[in-house]
Design a protein around this ligand. Structure first.
Ligand SMILES: *Cc1c(COP(=O)(O)O)cnc(C)c1O
Length: 370
């Protein structure tokens, strides 16, 4: 440590993560498996500490995006089975099977290719068959799923162990999700012995939970405490706090304009603080003239455009602000709180994208990890 202060950092709190793991456990029947989704560096939170905590506090599986992430996770020493959620590339199949990862597959053709790899390696390729009920991305359409799964199950070199789906509208359309669940369940009933799983974060806390938990659930955003529904947000705690510092303070008279493009013009004098965060840290440019930050426990609105390394905020109502003062971008300060979902609305996106956009320049601190 050099002893100099951080300009922009995030704090990841294991206490909140454990709280969320308990909340998820409470929402599902006892004995239901919990696949912690830790793709994309655990939604930007840092895969090693997050996976370690999840492993110690109830994760029975891990879900990652691709082979490279699976290899990274295995290298850390976790013993839980790892499901690769994206389709594997032809050039990845041998390595994925050799290492015993579980693959989500979408077609009989893919099953046959993996079976051939399994026979060659004399090690069965482990797969979960993905059923498409409306996502239109991966999976075999539910009308064709039963036959394809049945044919895959008799292939030598392949072990079909699970059946899964992924809902496109579980956060905002319960009626549609229920119909889609019924289409999945019709397939699942043909294969009652397979490990079935469908529930992402919103489905875990949804109105039809008992229908959709099956053998395990696959929470991602709920672990990190930024559930996309009001219900899940109420039951969870944010794991991440994002902070910065004031680097400069200035009294700005009426008539001046602020930042690139001169998009903000002062109608009356304001006191402005320059804050050490920009789009190079992952602070979205769409937050320009829209977002607020917390300084001295007060909401301070952004003035002008977000630039690469700096933003300007109006601190006229925040008291005597000085360089070095702490700024909260996402999180709580005093009695005020800016949630990831609130920032996401300002930036016309979702908390998932905000989290995964926080750049490596932002220093990471881990609190309360066991
Ligand atoms: C990312 C992902 C999840 C987790 O989704 P959340 O909304 O973050 O809970 C679950 N299942 C699949 C297939 C995914 O790709």
């Amino acid at each position: 440590m050099s002893g100099i202060p951080d300009r922009c950092w995030m704090e990841v709190d294991a206490f909140a993560l454990r709280y969320n793991l308990r909340a998820i456990r409470k929402a599902i029947p006892r004995g239901t498996g919990l696949m912690a989704i830790v793709k994309a560096n655990a939604y930007g939170h840092g895969v090693e500490p997050i996976a370690r905590e999840c492993s110690r506090f109830g994760a029975t599986w891990f879900g990652v995006a691709n082979l490279r992430e699976a290899m990274g996770l295995r290298k850390l020493g976790f013993k839980q089975p790892i499901l690769i959620l994206s389709a594997v590339l032809p050039g990845e199949m041998t390595e994925a099977v050799r290492r015993g990862f579980v693959l989500a597959i979408s077609s009989l053709d893919e099953a046959r290719q993996l079976a051939a790899v399994g026979r060659k390696l004399q090690r069965k390729a482990r797969v979960h068959f993905k059923v498409d009920v409306g996502m239109g991305r991966l999976g075999i359409w539910h009308e064709e799923a039963t036959l394809a799964i049945a044919l895959s199950r008799i292939l030598a070199g392949l072990s079909v162990e699970g059946v899964m789906t992924h809902f496109p509208c579980s956060d905002d359309n319960a009626a549609l999700t229920k119909r889609q669940w019924q289409n999945f369940d019709r397939v699942r009933r043909v294969f009652p012995k397979l490990c079935a799983h469908v529930a992402n974060s919103p489905s875990i806390f949804s109105a039809i939970p008992s229908l959709s938990h099956y053998e395990m659930v696959r929470p991602g955003i709920a672990l990190y405490g930024a559930g996309p529904t009001a219900e899940s947000e109420r039951l969870l705690r944010p794991v991440l706090t994002w902070k910065s510092r004031v680097s400069h303070v200035d009294y700005v008279p009426a008539g001046r304009t602020i930042s690139y493009g001169a998009t903000y013009r002062l109608h009356h004098a304001e006191t402005h603080a320059v804050v050490s965060v920009g789009y190079a840290d992952g602070y979205h440019r769409l937050l320009s003239n829209r977002a607020e930050v917390l300084i001295h426990g007060k909401r301070c609105p952004l003035r002008g455009r977000v630039t690469m390394d700096q933003i300007v905020v109006d601190v006229s109502r925040a008291g005597a602000v000085k360089p070095g003062d702490e700024v909260v971008l996402i999180g709580r300060q005093g009695r005020e709180e800016i949630t990831a979902n609130e920032m996401a609305r300002w930036a016309e996106t979702i908390s998932y994208e905000l989290f995964t956009s926080i750049s490596p320049r932002v220093v990471r601190y881990y609190k309360n990890f066991k």
